[in-house]
Every structure is written in structure tokens, then in C-alpha cells.
Ligand binder design. Structure first.
Ligand code: PLP
Length: 345
């Protein structure tokens, strides 16, 4: 049987998809429990959720499009600006390493991905991205902090790219920005060609609900809205999202756990002689050498991490989610065992 979605790794600690390892706010669960029969039997209403989101981000509600996870926002942006625009020879620019939906959405709309390799130690290749812009460039995918490296793109570099490609849509994916780094949000009013992507999956722990946000000026956003299905997010997810926004204590508490977890992972990597990259997100990329036996050995200890070795720019690397500190301590204990076992004569 072909299974929809990602295969389940089985039971154990899920540190392979950058989820919130502590679960969502209890206020979200309470709000879901209070959903009534007519909330389920009627089509969802978006107005209040959009208004609350716009207020949260300090933008005009017309600049907000709620999507079924940011994944949907990425695909719909490509559908709007490439497929619907009938841009048959379109190119998208994708700096490596990259989140799979960028090339997948590019391919889905029949466009060509132009890959840009990273600089030394994953330095962001700003000039190379600018040099890759051609009259065929329709979209540029920028991800800060980057998945999987955790590296940030400086706001000044983001701005340079947006200015260098005024006819292309620049999608700035800030899925993990709540864990570190500076958002491009305050600069959005100067760039009609930018779409900013956010998600409730990570910092707010709503991955199972599927709520993302695309923010942008009408020139870039209205075409995306026009191709997005009218009832793309279900009512329970909207309820969950609004409750998550109301629990203002939740995010700072979880972000503090993530910061502490990252530090503990760095310390463990230094002790075990594993190369790692300091991350602004809720995961750390670690070079372990041969990844498959490493990932299997951790899985045997019921700890699931992500093998990133298939990407040509991250050979020998795994990505480990940094969430609740107690979970991080468990992965560190397993790392200790696996690395020591590997070093044994
Ligand atoms: C860089 C990046 N962007 C977007 C997403 C999509 O998040 P979602 O569709 O859960 O909102 C993810 C999820 O892993 C991600 O890593």
C-alpha cells in the first residue's frame, strides 16, 4: 500500500520533523473541546481568524492569507505566479540546502529550478542568488533560519535580493523565526514583490492542525488568494490557531526550552567530536559520517532523527529537533552510547 504523507518512524521520540516536542498549549485543547455541532456542520468562517492574525503581525488584514500549513502557501504561490500566469519558461531560484516543497512546487507548475550552492560553512550566497536572476525568474525561495542548517540570512541580504528581482516574487520562508533571528516583517511595506511565510506548526505546536500564513502586499498576495480554495482550512484548525495566539505565555516558555536544548546539543557534540552548526531554529544539524547506521542505532533506542545526507550540500549530516530539555537529554544519552559504540575497537 502506498501510504499518504511521511512514513511513521514508529513509537519513540520524534525528533525528525522539527515538531514542537512538548505539544500545544492546553488552551488550544480546551478551545477544541468547546467546538459545538454547528461549528462542525457549517463551512468555516475566516474573517475573525484573519483579523486576529493581522493584528498579531501588525499588518492590514488584506495582506494576510491563511493556508493549510505553509506547505500549501508555497504551492499556491507557485500556482498563482507561474502556472496561472502561464509563465511556461519560468525559473525559480533555490539556494541549497533547501526545503523539499520549493523544488516540488517548482516541478508541479512545470518550471525549472535554478539551484545555488551555499558558500563555505553554509554562508548565504547572496551575490550568487542575484547573479542567477534572469528575465525568466518568477520566484525566489529564501528560507531563514534555513532548514536544515539553522543559518540565518541577514535582513540586508534579503533586501538586496528583493531589490535585484523586482519582477519576481520572493518568498521569504520564516517558518522557524520565533526561535531566533530578525523577521523581515517590518520591511514588507517597501517590497510589493515579497511574500512572507509563517506557520503555526512549529513554535505553537499545531503541526497536526495545518495552519500557515502568507503575508504580502496585494500585488504578490492577491493572485495567491485567487487560486486558493475558499475553505482550505477546517474550522477546528482555525479555533486552535486563535486559542494559540491568545496564550501569550506559551511561546516564550517553549522558545527558552529550545535555546537551552540547542546549547546542550552543542556541548554534547563538542564532547563527542561531532561537527555541528549553531542554529537559530528548533533543530541542530550534526555531521556524523555514515548516516544510515547512525540513524538506525538511534531508532533502535526509540529516538528518531532526520537523515539529511541525500542533499549534495549536507553529506554525512543528520538533523535533530531541539525541543523540551528532557527530550534533548534523552537524545544526548543515546548519542553518547552510539558514538562510544562506534569508537570501540
Ligand atoms: C522551512 C519550512 N517551511 C515551511 C514548512 C511547512 O510547515 P507547515 O506546512 O507545517 O506549516 C516547514 C515544515 O517543516 C519548513 O521546514
Amino acid at each position: 500500500m502506498v501510504i499518504q504523507g511521511y512514513p511513521s518512524p514508529g513509537d519513540g521520540l520524534r525528533l525528525h520533523l522539527n515538531e514542537n516536542t512538548g505539544g500545544c498549549s492546553s488552551r488550544v485543547l480546551e478551545a477544541i473541546r468547546n467546538i459545538g455541532p454547528s461549528d462542525v456542520s457549517t463551512y468555516p468562517q475566516y474573517r475573525e481568524a484573519v483579523t486576529a492574525t493581522a493584528r498579531h503581525f501588525g499588518v492590514d488584514p488584506d495582506w494576510v492569507l491563511l493556508t493549510n500549513g505553509l506547505d500549501e502557501g508555497i504551492l499556491m504561490a507557485a500556482v498563482a505566479h507561474i502556472a496561472k500566469a502561464r509563465a511556461h519558461d519560468a525559473e525559480t531560484i533555490i539556494p541549497r540546502p533547501a526545503f523539499d516543497p520549493y523544488p516540488n512546487s517548482t516541478a508541479a507548475v512545470g518550471a525549472t529550478a535554478v539551484w545555488v550552492p551555499p558558500g563555505p560553512d553554509f554562508a548565504f550566497p547572496t551575490q550568487a542568488v542575484i547573479d542567477a536572476v534572469t528575465p525568466r525568474t518568477r520566484m525566489i525561495f529564501l528560507n531563514t533560519p534555513n532548514n536544515p542548517t539553522g543559518q540565518l540570512i541577514a535582513v540586508t541580504d534579503l533586501a538586496r535580493i528583493c531589490e535585484a528581482a523586482p519582477r519576481a516574487v520572493v518568498l521569504i520562508d520564516e517558518a522557524y523565526i520565533e526561535f531566533g533571528g530578525t523577521t523581515f516583517l517590518p520591511h514588507l511595506s517597501r517590497y510589493p514583490n515579497v511574500l512572507l511565510g509563517r506557520t503555526f506548526s512549529k513554535a505553537y505546536g499545531l503541526a497536526g492542525m495545518r495552519v500557515g500564513v502568507v503575508i504580502g502586499q496585494p500585488w504578490a498576495l492577491d493572485p495567491v488568494r485567487s487560486v486558493t480554495l475558499p475553505f482550505n482550512i477546517n474550522g477546528a484548525a482555525l479555533t486552535a490557531m486563535r486559542a494559540a495566539l491568545e496564550d501569550t505565555d506559551f511561546l516564550p516558555r517553549y522558545a527558552a526550552e529550545v535555546r537551552e536544548s540547542r546549547e546542550r546539543l552543542y556541548t554534547a557534540c563538542r564532547r563527542l567530536g561531532l561537527q555541528y552548526w549553531p542554529s537559530a531554529a528548533n533543530y541542530v544539524m550534526v555531521r556524523v559520517g555514515e548516516t544510515a547506521p547512525f540513524v538506525e542505532a538511534l531508532a533502535a533506542r526509540k529516538i528518531h532523527v532526520r537523515d539529511r545526507s541525500k542533499d549534495p550540500t549536507t553529506p554525512g549530516c543528520v538533523r535533530i529537533t531541539a525541543g523540551i530539555v528532557a527530550h534533548t537529554d534523552a537524545v544526548i544519552e543515546a548519542l553518547d552510547e552510539v558514538v562510544t559504540m562506534r569508537q570501540a575497537p
